[in-house]
Design a protein around this ligand. Sequence first.
Ligand SMILES: [Zn+2]
Ligand SMILES: [Zn+2]
Length: 499
Amino acid sequence: MESDITIQPQELLYYNKRHQIIICTSCQYAIQPTALDRHLKEIHALHRHRRQPYTDYAARLPLKHPSELLGTRSSIILGEDEDFPVPGLPVISGLQCLDPGCGHLCVSVKRMQSHWKAEHHKSGCAALDWQSVPLQTFFRGNLLRYFTHPALSVVKLADSSPESPDHQIRAKHDAWESHADLAESDKSLLAHYLQSTHLSLANRHGNARLWQISVPRIAASNSFLRHGILALSAQHRLNTEQGQSTDRQRLMGAASEHHDTAMAAFQASIDAKPSSALECHGVIAFIHVYTLLYFSNYGKDSPSGIEDLFLADASRPDLGYLSPWLHYVRHGCHLVCGFWDTIGNGPLASLAASWEIPIMIEDERSSRIATILISALDHDCFDGYRISDQLQDVYVQATSELALAINAAQEFGSALTIWDAIRLWPLTLSLDFVNEVKKETPRSMILLACYCIILEKLGDAWFAEGLSTRLFSITCTKLNKGQRELLHEVTQRITSALR
Ligand SMILES: [Zn+2]
Ligand SMILES: [Zn+2]
């Protein structure tokens, strides 16, 4: 490879100080010290005198022998505080065995199936017995050993030797699992999250396990996610438990304190741009936690009660006047853009899938709902609220999407989740429409009030209890008498179309 000759030794041979290895930046794998000369000769076709600067450079570096790095296990365990992905090595989309204590890593379903036959004496099945996880390997060939970060690993990775240097790391890991460094009151909040609250975050793809296992682990190294989880747990208890007023007072204090701490740390992380894959996993998980917190506080007369217009927030020009939760849900992938591939290969991959726009059911019923809503836009109660042709298009667009959304939500029935409710309509809206909501224009208030038909279906979930009623009454205060009458008529006609 002629071009390699001009590459400086430290450019071709990236030295990873933490693991004390050299990684060939051209081949993207680590080279064991004794094999360097041969690698340069055979792979890069360098003659002896040209190899000299590279081997001289490597000879000056403290390097570990592969056996020190790999140990005797079938997988390597990284420390909680180590960066992942390890720079210079590609990230591979892999699988992890979910059998307790196993955690075997490989890269194909076929290999995972033979692992299950050989080690667990049955044929495993996808989703239940393994899950996707991002992998790396330092070496190729017979030194190939896959690894991932412990925080992304659902099962504890097997570690047979108690004297191993990983022992301390494991101890630290266990410390989090028994929540040793949390205050007593926070421990009980975390326990409540692990026992029950995490189920509220699950989507229709059944990813409860992820919220119960992976996310708390990621939260161990992530202040905003940790406080977000604790705030959500406190809010959950407040909404679902009857208790003495002193207890409630204490929970309210904890909910608002953790909420504020989480928001400040999250904002700081976004302002500084998340710089590691782990932090990005934290961002994606936090957006979900924050959205539930927002829904559960909306319109409530509580310390963290929210009084904006659900979709729009006039006090946030920095977010294009979107409500923060909607801004984060819409732009989450931009916030973590450099690490999207790693996330897509990891345990949070299914969260990304939960935002996929579902198949809209466009049928006779959806067009009936669309006709009801679109004809309402021209009602005489809006005389004096003229709009330009361009804005008319914006309204027709939002109205047609709402008709499809109401129809699809009806099809989902009791299986409808909060994430469905969000992707069905708020995610589809144009910024021009959100701007109309911000200005509290009567037409946009009527559409927002009709969206409550969808939110009402979430009413059984603790975080959505009373949400549609609160939003509906807030929008009604923005309408005059004639417009309220129109809203009443429109909702009645939609309700009967849904029967
Ligand atoms: Zn190479
Ligand atoms: Zn296994």
